[in-house]
Ligand binder design. Structure first.
Ligand code: CP
Length: 333
């Protein structure tokens, strides 16, 4: 049984049992997450930051790839909602003995887990779990495919800092090809009517990127000059199997954001980065820590946004379970 949050039914446009990606997620659904997150964001400023909303709900965090922000943020969000949490790290588990993803997940579900938050190196791994488990699945990053909660916290932070996103200009700079954040950001921002420009070397730009409804620019200054938001991505050395860049130094010279290039931004434009930062590569330390930077606000907002996603998904699951027990009440044995 979920405790009510105080949102009117007419304000809640969310019927998804899973959050696997932002592709296909509607404007109303995204606004529901943002508005729910705004309530949790206020709660996180109170002396007592915890609510009883998810008492009795058990959530497993399955991380098959390294993470600092996403993993801690999900765990904190779950605890703030009073859920019971289990943490699983592939490097210290029986995955090391050859256990498959499906067997790992089914064993965890056999312990009566209601929800699984998963990060995995393979695109589609959360979709696979959603097909094979009864638990709700939240994608915490699947290879280069999607990172929906990162995009939602990015969008929450953009709305907080620059206002409603319809017509706002957002430039995403960097390794677009390998970036699950860029992909999810584009789906979410387009759904809200933002104008998105992708900027980076051609070798790190997906083929036919324009088909996503975005502009593509290879000149950094041209890409950031009129932007309301500049979101700088990490160069993902771990996903670059080919020679996508001659050298990191050349990348920094052409696409690194430093104080000299920052001077081309509008005075009210903000700088974002999902983290972790390669300091001195895609972002100079003075810009990362400067007054335009909202990078730590993104991290703070991430907890509230993840609380919102977990709450909304749990609400759907609780409704389904209530309907199932009502059906069972009508069955005589
Ligand atoms: N932004 C992000 O996903 O960071 P982590 O890899 O530390 O979770």
């Amino acid at each position: 049984m979920l405790f009510a949050l105080g949102l009117g039914e007419e304000q809640v446009h969310w019927t998804r049992k899973h959050l696997l990606g932002l592709e296909g997620v509607t404007r109303d659904e995204i606004l529901t997450v943002l508005d729910t997150a705004a309530i949790f964001r206020e709660i996180l400023e109170r002396p007592v930051k915890k609510v009883p909303t998810l008492r009795g709900v058990t959530i497993a965090n399955l991380f098959f790839e390294a993470s600092t922000r996403t993993r801690m943020s999900f765990e904190l969000a779950e605890k703030r909602l009073s859920a019971d949490t289990l943490n699983f790290s592939a490097s210290t588990s029986s995955v090391k003995k050859g256990e498959t993803l499906r067997d790992t997940a089914r064993n965890i579900e056999a312990m009566k887990v209601d929800m699984v938050v998963m990060r995995h190196g393979s695109p589609g791994a959360p979709h696979f779990l959603a097909d094979h488990l009864d638990a709700s699945i939240i994608n915490a990053g699947d290879g280069p495919h999607e990172h929906p909660t990162q995009a939602l916290l990015d969008i929450f932070t953009m709305r907080e800092k620059v206002g409603p996103l319809a017509g706002k200009r957002v430039t995403i700079v960097g390794d677009i090809l390998h970036s699950r954040v860029a992909r999810s950001d584009v789906w979410g921002l387009r759904a809200l009517g933002a104008e998105v420009t992708l900027c980076g070397p051609r070798t790190l730009m997906p083929a036919q990127a324009e088909s996503l409804g975005v502009a593509v620019e290879t000149d950094l200054v041209a890409a950031i000059r009129d932007a309301d938001v500049v979101n700088i991505l990490r160069i993902q050395k771990e996903r670059q199997s080919g020679s996508f860049l001659p050298t990191l130094r050349e990348y920094t010279e052409l696409f690194g954001l430093d104080a000299r290039r920052l001077a081309h931004l509008r005075p009210d434009a903000i700088v974002m980065h999902p983290g972790p930062i390669n300091r001195g590569v895609e972002l100079s330390p003075d810009v990362a820590d400067g007054e335009r930077s909202v990078i730590l606000d993104q991290v703070t907002n991430g907890v509230a946004v993840r609380m919102a996603v977990i709450y909304l998904v749990s609400r759907v699951r609780a409704t389904e379970q209530a309907e199932d027990s009502q059906l069972l009440e009508g069955v005589s044995v």
